[in-house]
Design a binder for this molecule. Structure first.
Ligand code: ADP
Ligand code: MG
Length: 683
């Protein structure tokens, strides 16, 4: 018997393993099973090149639980190890800068294991003693047993073992009894080992007999040896792809598209990515992309490997070039991994282009479902943007789809303004913006539907990318102003009339939470709407953006600013004006006269004090100015209350405002029921 110390430079690595790897200790199973698979595949390779000439026999990996003995055993029929090899591969583990590293990555078990090549030693996270019983495939080998109880010393003895290969026997410690439960091991094997290329046997197939499940004689193989991504695309049918999808994402709807990745230079990568159908926010993050390394499950946090905008895809990627024991910081800094990300982006774009070219109809049908991915990609990745401009679609309010180029050609004629800018009109809601859409289409304009979660950002980006182009929401201005073809017609009412109308209309707008209105005048012709509501494109965008960005809540808190536009050429507005004049002038005129005089007085006083320093102005003059200003404001208030009083009795004004609100879907609650009642009364 040989005893010795494991070649580590830290005094005792096991406390380190136990302490720091605590959170992730289940991965020991992945480590030992993948070692068993490696050993088996090595033997297969040796046999195929003629270096091993014996009987291969059944090449599977068995996992057995012995509850009584408290052991979990992983057995393979692979290459095995000689005493020399145990010395080299198990006893001599190099630990350079161990403490430093452990300190840095103490919360990242994968990083520690990966760094130290601790695959096998991770078994000590859950074991009080570990035995290796092994017989090498080499002729005339002596079977040996290595055993270690968690202190840095081990024992090695010669044993009787007739069958080639290795048994790893884990004496599970008291805190980790869960790993002696069939159910727990089943779950772990399913998570880490379900796509391994060598049969993994755990327990027996069961059958239903005499009212319960009983074991049969047949071994239960828990894994699928040739999952779809390891096969050639030409050997797979659509059905195969769908079945595989449902295997990894049970309970999901049919995927929209899939992309089979297969590259061997400059790195090895295979995999299948699926565009899922996302019905609600709950579906996002339900299943993620799984990362495998030679069919061993590694992780489903693929940040860095997959570009951000594709994180919502599902499926698997498998690359031996991403080491089994990866840490996140490793992934982000690794040059290979960056290349992988670039490659995946390109493949996704190519595939979308291919579907677009071959089956545009299908592409259009699925556009609304994939648009989120594509817009996100275009927003976050310049290269993807460039590729996507050839297949990204714009959808108009009539549910027709256009590429960027197609759409540009369609609107170039009608929607170029007087300065040569191309105006893209859009709506965000077909129902509430109906009247504006209708007005625009009647004018021969086309209106896009931009109702996606990212569209506010997307529009801002497209404006930057497209030359001499602007996006304007249909309800952001009156139709003549949406696309200015010539300078606007002058509004021909006096400033006093403006003031009267402003006061009258403003006083009758029902209070709407978080909304403010400005009264504006336009000469839109007698056939246009008398009164309408618009919302400035700029203000609305600021608010939309703010809603999506933390830290800009200032804009988010602001009320929505709307414009109430009065068409001064419409007979109804003209009528309001003449009625107002008739009803109010008698009372207004004298006040206006007085106001005129007071204002002249104020102007005179101001003129006098010009160029004078504050202390050169006589006290009496100061007092006179103050009094005059107060008088003016009083007079204005008087006028205002006369107008307000009149407005309160003017059903036409109320009706005009309410109709404008109504066509904007803004008339609700009490205001709405008042409107209905008033309408009946007027009939
Ligand atoms: P790695 O798998 O990254 O090489 P491990 O710590 O998991 O690191 O294993 C160390 C070495 O021990 C392996 O490279 C292999 O040579 C040997 N080994 C471990 N398990 C087995 C096994 N079941 N059969 C044969 N050799 C094994
Ligand atoms: Mg290993």
């Amino acid at each position: 018997m040989q005893t010795g110390k494991i070649g580590v430079t830290t005094d005792n690595i096991f406390p380190v393993i136990k302490k720091f790897l605590y959170s992730d200790h289940e991965i020991f199973l992945r480590e030992v099973v993948s070692n068993a698979v490696d050993a088996t595949q090595k033997l297969k390779t040796l046999a195929s090149v003629g270096e091993f000439k014996g009987e291969l026999g059944a090449l599977d990996v068995r996992i057995t639980i012995d509850k009584e003995a408290g052991t979990l055993t992983i057995s393979d029929r692979g290459v095995g190890m000689t005493a020399d090899e145990i010395e080299r591969y198990i006893n001599q583990i190099a630990f350079s800068g161990a403490e430093e590293f452990v300190e840095k990555y103490k919360n990242d078990a994968n990083a520690i294991i990966g760094h130290f090549g601790l695959g096998f030693y991770s078994t000590f996270m859950v074991s009080k003693k570990v035995e290796i019983r092994t017989l090498s495939y080499k002729e005339n080998s002596q079977a040996v047993q290595w055993s270690c109880d968690g202190s840095p010393s081990y024992e090695m003895t010669e044993i009787e073992k007739s069958d080639r290969g290795t048994d790893i026997v884990l004496y599970i410690d008291d805190e980790n009894k869960e790993f002696l439960e069939t159910q727990r091991i089943n779950t772990l094997l399913r998570k880490y080992c379900r796509f391994l290329p060598i049969p993994i046997i755990f327990g027996k197939e069961q059958e239903w007999k005499d009212g319960k499940y009983v074991d049969t004689e047949e071994d239960k193989i828990i894994n699928d040896l040739t999952p779809a991504w390891t096969r050639k695309p030409t050997d797979l049918t659509d059905e195969d792809y769908r079945n595989f999808y449902h295997e990894i994402c049970p309970g999901s709807d049919e995927p929209l598209f899939w992309i089979h990745l297969n590259v061997d230079y400059p790195f090895n990568l295979t995999g299948i990515l699926y565009f899922p159908k996302i019905k609600s926010n709950l579906d996002i993050n339900r299943y993620k992309i799984q990362l495998y390394c030679n069919q061993v499950y590694v992780t489903d946090s693929v940040e860095g490997v997959v570009p951000d905008f594709l994180m919502l895809l599902q499926g698997v990627i498998d690359s031996p070039d991403i080491p089994l024991n990866v840490s996140r910081s490793y992934l982000q800094s690794d040059a290979n991994v960056k290349k992988i990300s670039t490659y995946i982006t390109k493949k996704v774009a190519d595939r979308l282009q291919e579907i677009f070219n071959n089956d545009r109809k299908q592409f259009e049908e699925k556009w609304d479902d994939i648009k989120l991915f594509i817009e996100y990609g275009m927003l976050s990745d310049e290269k993807f943007y460039d590729r996507a401009t050839k297949f990204a679609l714009l959808r108009n309010t009539e549910d027709k789809y256009f590429t960027f180029d197609e759409y540009k050609n369609i609107i170039a004629g009608e929607q170029t303004d007087k300065d040569g800018n191309l105006i893209y009109l859009y709506a965000t809601d077909k129902t509430s913006q109906y009247s504006y859409i209708e007005a625009a289409t009647a004018r021969g304009y086309d209106v896009l539907l931009m109702n996606g979660q990212l569209d506010a950002h997307y529009i801002a980006m497209l404006e930057q990318k497209f030359e001499k182009s602007r996006f304007v929401r249909v309800d952001s201005d009156v139709i003549d102003n949406l696309i200015r073809k010539e300078n606007n017609k002058e509004v021909s009412i006096s400033s006093q009339e403006r003031e009267a109308l402003t006061t009258i209309f403003k006083s009758q707008i029902p209070a709407i939470d978080k909304s403010e209105f400005m009264i504006m005048f336009e000469a839109l012709g007698e056939n246009a709407t008398p009164v309408m509501i618009t919302q400035s494109e700029y203000m609305r965008r600021m608010k939309d953006m703010a809603a999506m960005q933390p830290g800009m809540s200032f804009y988010g808190e602001m009320p929505d600013m709307f414009n109430l536009i009065i068409n001064t050429e419409h007979p109804l507005c003209k009528k309001v004006l003449t009625d107002t004049t008739t009803s109010c002038n008698e009372r207004i005129a004298p006040i206006t006269q007085e106001l005129y005089e007071v204002n002249s007085e104020i102007a005179r006083l101001n003129e006098e004090r010009r160029d004078k320093k504050e202390d050169e102005i006589p006290v009496a003059d100061k007092e006179a100015l103050r009094a005059a200003e107060e008088k003016a404001s009083q007079l204005r208030n008087q006028q205002e209350s006369i107008y307000n009083e009149y407005a309160a009795s003017n059903d036409l004004v109320k009706q005009l405002i309410d109709l404008a609100l109504l066509s904007n879907n803004m008339l609700r609650g009490e205001a709405l029921s008042k409107f209905v009642k008033r309408s009946f009364d007027m009939l």
